[in-house]
Design a protein around this ligand. Sequence first.
Ligand SMILES: CC(C)(COP(=O)(O)OP(=O)(O)OC[C@H]1O[C@@H](n2cnc3c(N)ncnc32)[C@H](O)[C@@H]1OP(=O)(O)O)[C@@H](O)C(=O)NCCC(=O)NCCS
Length: 165
Amino acid sequence: MLVTSRLRLREFVPEDADALAAVLGDPAAMQYYPAAFDRKGVEEWIERNRNRYRGEGFGLWGMLLKDSGELIGDCGCFLRDVDGRDDIEIGYHVRRDLWGNGYATEAAQACMQYAFTKLGVGRVISLIRPENVQSIRVAEKNGLTCEKIIFWRGYEHCIYAKSRG
Ligand SMILES: CC(C)(COP(=O)(O)OP(=O)(O)OC[C@H]1O[C@@H](n2cnc3c(N)ncnc32)[C@H](O)[C@@H]1OP(=O)(O)O)[C@@H](O)C(=O)NCCC(=O)NCCS
């Protein structure tokens, strides 16, 4: 689907569940979510994104290291109905032992370009808890700014947004 200097993003397949469980099943990494995903939750998560590929043509994709082909996380675009409007959200998760290498920023940058050029949208957002400093840093490095703080699904979230230049 998308290729960056170090990464490849492609559609998830059911066989990715083991590798993705190492990302979404990690309680420390998922501390800003209601809970880490169990195996069934990971399988449903993959299926939810496969439904998005069929319905919208895009979704959260698997993030693979280009050199080794190892699946190390996810990143992609999906529709988000929030604060009274439909937006394209950019989401990302990276396996914890690989944090700090710039992978989320690199993948999110490619997804943002995809949203602006291929989907033709005027802006992208990321909904981020104010405590999630790493995710905020990723958004800021890619030029998103906090537009508004909302109470969403029981927690405060910043709507980070960037408009097409
Ligand atoms: C958010 C996440 C995807 C970032 O992945 P990553 O590949 O490590 O991101 P990057 O390396 O591109 O950037 C991370 C930035 O956060 C910074 N950072 C890390 N820990 C930090 C801390 N405690 N305080 C401030 N900044 C911090 C890093 O230094 C880096 O910034 P820099 O390049 O300026 O040094 C990863 O932490 C993750 O998977 N978290 C759990 C899932 C999640 O919260 N997803 C986002 C939901 S909104």
